[in-house]
Design a protein around this ligand. Structure first.
Ligand SMILES: CC(C)(COP(=O)(O)OP(=O)(O)OC[C@H]1O[C@@H](n2cnc3c(N)ncnc32)[C@H](O)[C@@H]1OP(=O)(O)O)[C@@H](O)C(=O)NCCC(=O)NCCS
Length: 141
């Protein structure tokens, strides 16, 4: 049996699986991060850049990418705890990077929460550097 996950763009039928995965991986979320809303909005903007990793008919990973014309951004990189440390997140990142590059994106940014700094080792292994910037944000109510 081939246990290698397939990476493809999100399809509407994946919604329940993706929400279940995000419930496990991103348990506490701000109002603007409500899974149903994130999915609904992404389906209206560059929907092909929302990828799922599927293994044995089950969504075990996600990544959302976007290119705003200046930078590419990565969000919602998630791998199910049962299939971590098998290279799946690295594959998801490379997949997103490849497609961003293909549409002319020159540089990818992403944010890591201060509570999740362990993950920096993962991004460094993929060639990402921590840059000397302050991260600012403002909810648009
Ligand atoms: C971070 C995450 C996506 C990594 O997924 P993964 O599929 O296990 O990652 P990979 O197998 O591709 O890891 C590749 C390498 O990155 C490093 N790495 C991965 N996870 C790591 C961790 N938690 N701590 C330190 N290094 C890590 C290792 O060097 C690993 O290689 P190794 O297994 O040979 O040692 C996964 O742990 C996850 O979903 N975490 C919770 C959500 C999250 O933090 N997302 C990122 C938000 S910014």
């Amino acid at each position: 049996m081939n246990l290698e996950a397939e990476i493809r763009s999100f399809q509407p039928d994946d919604q329940a699986d993706v929400i279940a995965l995000w419930d496990i991986v991103f348990p506490e979320g701000a109002a603007w991060n409500r899974a149903e809303d994130v999915i609904a909005r992404k389906r209206t903007v560059q929907p092909d850049l929302f990828y799922v990793a599927v293994r044995q008919d089950r969504v075990v990973g996600t990544i959302i990418a976007g290119f705003d014309g200046v930078r590419g951004w990565i969000h919602r990189l998630a791998v199910h705890p049962q299939v971590r440390r098998q290279g799946l997140a690295s594959r998801l990142m490379r997949h997103a990077e490849r497609d961003l590059k293909e549409i002319g994106c020159p540089k990818v940014n992403l944010q890591v929460r201060a509570s999740n700094l362990d993950v920096l080792a993962f991004y460094r292994a993929l060639g990402y550097d921590v840059e000397d910037r302050a991260s600012l944000g403002k909810p648009l109510n």
